[in-house]
Design a protein around this ligand. Sequence first.
Ligand code: SAH
Length: 263
Amino acid sequence: ILIRAYHRLCHHGNYHADFPLILPDIQSPMNFLTNIDSPEAQTLRYRMVSEQIAARGVREERVLEAFRRVPRHLFLPSGPFLMERAYADSAQGIGSGQTISQPYVVALMTEALHLQGTETILEIGAGSGYQTAIFSLLCKRIIAIERHANLAERAGRLLNEVGVTNAEIRFGDGSNGLPSEAPYDAILVAAVAPEVPTTLLSQLTLQGRLILPIGEEHGPQRLLLFTKTPEGIQRQDLGHVAFVPLIGASGFGLPADLGDMDI
Ligand code: SAH
C-alpha cells in the first residue's frame, strides 16, 4: 500500500545531548566518541576529503570540514569491509535497492547550495541520512523525506545517535516537495526525476536553490542547479551523474511488481 500521507517518524529531541558528536557550530573542535568513531576512521575520512573531494575542486572550507566530521561509516549497513566501503570513491548499497551517493557527489551538491548556516532545507530522498547529517552542520534546519519506511526509520535513529538535533525525517512521497512547510532556502533531490517538478521551484524562497538530477532512469542524467531570482529561474548544468530513480507522483512510476515498498 502506498501511503502518501506524511508521517512524522522521528522527532529529534535532546537524545544523546551529552554526546554531541556533531555540533551545529562547525567551528567547534571535533568530539570523539571512541565507540562509534575511531582514529582509523578519521584518517580515512581526511584522506577521502583531500583525495576525492578537495582534489576535484570542492573548495568551501565549511563543506570540507563537515565531511571530515561526519562518520560516514555509521550510515552504511554493517558487514565485511565496512571501512573500505564507507570511504571508497563510489556509491554504496544501503538496502531496499537504494544507494548512498559517492562522497564527491554529495560534496558537489552540498557546495552548490553555498550554505551560510541560516537556511531551512528540504531534502528529498534521505536514504541513509548521511546527506542530512552533512547538512546538519551547515544550515539551520532540515526536513528530509524518504519513501522507504525502513530507511527512514534507520536514518532517523542514526541522526539521533550522532547527536543531530536540527533535522527531522519524514516518511512518504516527497516528489512534490512539502508545501505545508515551504518556503525553503534550498531543496535537494537525491534521486533522478524525469523533468523538473515545477512545484519544487514554487516552494523556494527568492534566491533559493534547487539541486537535482534530471534524466532517464537507466540512461543519461545531468545534475542541475536552479536559482530563483527576481528575473526568473536561472539554470546551471553541473555535469553527468547516475542516481536511483525518484519514484512517485512527480517522479517515475512505481515498479511494476510493487515489490520494492516495504510497507
Ligand atoms: N542522500 C542519500 C541518498 C539516497 S538514494 C544518502 O545520503 O544516503 C535516494 C533515495 O531517494 C532512496 O533512498 C529512495 O528510496 C528515495 N526516494 C525515491 N523516490 C522518493 C520519493 N518520491 N520521496 C522520497 N524519497 C524518495
